[in-house]
Design a protein around this ligand. Structure first.
Ligand SMILES: *Cc1c(COP(=O)(O)O)cnc(C)c1O
Length: 397
């Protein structure tokens, strides 16, 4: 089966457009040669635009997103420091686990999966912390396990209302370069992302944006760090160097990815993701299925987690879609395993590609006797794509 021709519908790693595969197809170069600075400096500068920052410092590491989290925590905190985190899915849970393993004192707010970051509860907890022991609030912007996007501006507002000086760390691995992000506007202190989702590249580059306040916190932060030391990276980068061997192919890929994003225009990139997500949501509605995300204000434009009907196993569905049709969809993670599947709709995707994914999962559901009407979801998405915000039916009328 020529399944390698099919796009994946997992929420990362995402499909790599040919243009970016070619950009990463470069011969070894000497990263100590004088021209490396010309390659790397514009990448750091361009990345700032995607984070929405002028004052933030871009720091990258050869790592997946998880390495970026580790860098955020170890550069700014000391053993025993208190951090505040809400758990509402597998990815927010992994932040908690990482902090605990680093010996931090983690105050966890457990939330229903399908809900978002609880700005009000953060506010109450911070207001009660009159000695200002909480050093950082950690938020997963887009919880990839549940398809929930949280309101970071509301979290910032709650922190400000409590007049609390804690830093704000945000995981934007599955939202950056696909949904709006305002590092400066939301007062974020560290944002963590990676190369393999919105940037449409191979996995292997952790991409962070760090505020002056978080950089200042390094002076007293005692958690050990060597590979992930911000200062080592920043001082080497400043003169066009790298503290160790850089992932050159990914740096070339990143340069081209930024060019692609800016050619399309970031606002158009966000509008496309919204449109694709709405098409998927129309299909889910037509199937009579329910999203895990509890209300429309929380809907993610990069991934939809969808409950299967009672008595069905979502793993059997994703396995069947792969075995019968050669198409990958996201499995249910954590407590949603077996209960929900996910459609990733981020990165290099068009209306037409999304329709193919909807048609495929519909066939798989019909094969497994789901109570859905074959074609209903595709038709609903077609109607939306024809008549929606940039729909052709409207444009032609
Ligand atoms: C993909 C993802 C990560 C990073 O995972 P890695 O596999 O380490 O790159 C972190 N957070 C969220 C929300 C993600 O979707």
């Amino acid at each position: 089966m020529m399944s390698n021709q099919n796009p994946v519908f997992i929420p990362g790693p995402t499909n790599i457009p040919d243009r970016l595969r070619l950009a990463m197809q470069v011969q070894t170069q000497d990263h100590r040669a004088p021209d490396f600075v010309e390659t790397f400096a514009p990448v750091l500068e361009g990345t700032k635009k995607v984070f929405g920052t002028t004052d933030g410092q871009i720091v990258t590491f050869p790592a997946s997103g998880t390495g970026g989290w580790e860098a955020a925590v170890t550069n700014t905190l000391s053993p025993g420091d208190k951090v505040l985190v809400a758990r509402y899915g597998v990815f927010s849970h992994r932040w908690i686990d990482l902090c605990q393993r680093h010996g931090l004192d983690v105050q966890v707010i457990d939330c229903t999966w399908g809900s978002g970051a609880p700005a009000d509860k953060f506010g109450e907890t911070l207001a009660a912390d009159t000695n200002h022991e909480i050093r950082a609030v950690l938020v997963t912007h887009n919880e990839t396990a549940t398809g929930v996007r949280s309101d970071i501006a509301a979290v910032r507002q709650a922190m400000d209302n409590a007049k609390h000086p804690a830093m704000l760390f945000v995981d934007c691995v599955s939202s950056l370069a696909s949904m709006p992000f305002e590092f400066d506007g939301w007062g974020v202190d560290i944002a963590v992302s990676g190369s393999q989702k919105g940037f449409m590249l191979a996995t292997g580059m952790a991409i962070l944006c760090v505020s002056p306040k978080a950089l200042a916190a390094m002076e007293t932060a005692k958690l050990p760090r060597t590979f992930f030391d911000f200062n080592d990276m920043m001082s080497a980068n400043a003169t066009g160097g790298f503290p160790y061997t850089p992932p050159l192919q990914l740096i070339y890929g990143m340069r081209e990815s930024l060019t692609m994003l800016f050619e399309e225009g970031l606002d158009n990139v966000y509008a496309r993701h919204f449109r694709l997500a709405e098409g998927v949501r129309c299909a889910v509605d037509a199937w009579g299925l329910k999203l895990v995300a509890q209300d429309p204000g929380l809907y993610s434009d990069t991934v939809s987690a969808i409950y299967v009907p009672d008595g069905f196993d979502s793993n059997a569905l994703t396995d069947h879609a792969f075995n019968a049709y050669g198409v990958s969809f996201g499995v249910g993670l954590g407590q949603l395993n077996g209960k929900a599947f996910r459609i990733g709709h981020l990165g290099s995707l068009t209306d037409v590609m999304v329709l193919s994914g909807l048609a495929t999962i519909e066939m798989a559901m019909a094969d497994l006797d789901y109570p859905i009407t074959l074609g209903s979801g595709v038709a609903a998405a077609q109607d939306y794509f024809r008549a929606g915000p940039s729909g052709h039916a409207r444009a032609a009328a």
